[in-house]
Design a protein around this ligand. Structure first.
Ligand code: 5GP
Length: 364
């Protein structure tokens, strides 16, 4: 196994519906095509296309969401996505997804998230630690593991920590965003740790989401924002002034934004392949990762949408190593540093640090 694959990794920016296997998407599309509900040949073409602009990516998400409307499918994709990350030695995964209401399927935002959690719990190829220790002391008795329950992998089985972030879609109203935050609060004891703001960056206004994001932070939820995916100087400034615990992308930052970012030390979730594919960054050589990394600012490599962009977290580390001349030890340190930016408590961080320290011995 190549070292970037066997190295432990931390994934902090992965959208559930963007991480679906192509094979699963095609299977779902074929089934709907057979029922005459969609034109399979049209959808197949969209799924298999490789390079997409940012606008085309959001069109693809509309197609994906037509294919993944029922609870059973949501549960299936959540299970497969966790299995896929675990299989490439991701030891901690923060998965994010937008709770969806769909009356025709009897789906509420809550039942959608329950279906996602059911999928995560049903993973059997690896032990899953989902319930935050600090949220529920009963999980010490939970056979599905707690952060401190070492019986879970005492038999040498692999273990992955999984946490869920609920996304607010930029198309949503203040009320809908607030509903998502309230849901996250009610589901904290089940593994929901924070809120993400995502969706088409050309749509919506910061002031619409602000009340819900403020409320989330007041209530102790972690917040991460998609920030600077398109040129929008005022919004970037407003987002940085909000002081989220992390931001994603930061592609269209201007000098004043970099200054603010540097002074606040907000960690940046970097999605190399996604940024190149969507042309948010002209080429890998021009990617802002280099400046942030050289300035020793907090950065973490992530996939964004491993299915949509045909990548994996191992591949993102491989691309960073080869494009920016990082050696094996530097790449390992980059991966290990991500532990410091996770939305989990010190118990989890300590366990992850131990995993990395023990893996570091193989580097020598
Ligand atoms: P879901 O939330 O349905 O599980 O995952 C797909 C959704 O995540 C998309 O519909 C979109 O709202 C959001 N998303 C996925 N990738 C990106 C991205 O690169 N940028 C932004 N702003 N949103 C994204």
């Amino acid at each position: 196994m190549e070292w970037w694959m066997s190295m432990p990794k931390v994934e902090l920016h992965a959208h559930l519906n963007g991480s679906i296997r192509d094979s699963t998407l095609l299977e779902l599309a074929r089934a709907l095509g057979d029922k005459g509900l969609i034109d399979f040949s049209q959808v197949e073409h969209v799924i298999l296309k490789n390079d997409r602009s940012l606008t085309e990516v959001f069109k693809l998400f509309d197609v994906i969401h037509i294919l993944t409307t029922d609870h059973m499918t949501v549960t299936r994709i959540a299970k497969e996505v966790v299995e896929d990350f675990a299989s490439e030695n991701v030891v901690y995964l923060e998965l994010r997804t937008t709770p969806k209401k769909n009356d025709s399927q009897g789906m509420s935002k809550r039942s959608y998230v329950e279906a996602v959690l059911e999928g995560i719990r049903s993973v059997s190829s690896v032990d899953v630690a989902l319930i935050p220790y600090t949220e529920d002391h009963r999980n010490l008795l939970d056979p599905l593991c707690s952060a401190t329950n070492d019986k879970c992998n005492g038999d040498g089985r692999k273990k992955i920590f999984v946490r869920l972030l609920l996304s607010i879609d930029r198309r949503e109203t203040t009320e809908a965003a607030m509903e998502t935050v309230k849901l996250a609060l009610e589901m904290r004891h089940l593994g929901v740790v924070g809120i993400d703001l995502s969706g088409n960056p050309k749509v919506g206004e910061w002031k619409t989401y602000l009340p819900a994001l403020k409320f989330a932070r007041e209530q102790g939820l972690f917040v991460t924002l998609h920030c600077g995916e398109v040129p929008n100087s005022k919004e970037i400034q407003d987002m940085l002034d909000f002081l989220p615990q992390r931001i994603g992308h930061a592609c269209f930052f201007e000098e004043e934004h970099w200054r603010k970012l540097k002074s606040t030390n907000i960690p940046v979730e970097i999605c190399l392949t996604s940024n190149i594919r969507t042309l948010s960054v002209p080429s890998i050589d021009a990617h802002h990762f280099v400046d942030l990394y050289n300035a020793k600012l907090p950065v973490v490599l992530c996939t964004d949408d491993s299915g949509v962009f045909s990548t994996s977290l191992s591949n993102e580390y491989k691309v960073a190593a080869s494009s920016f001349g990082l050696g094996r030890k530097q790449t390992f340190e980059l991966s290990k540093n991500a532990v410091e930016f996770i939305f989990s408590d010190n118990v989890v961080k300590d366990e992850l640090r131990e995993i990395f320290n023990s893996a570091a011995k193989n580097l020598e």
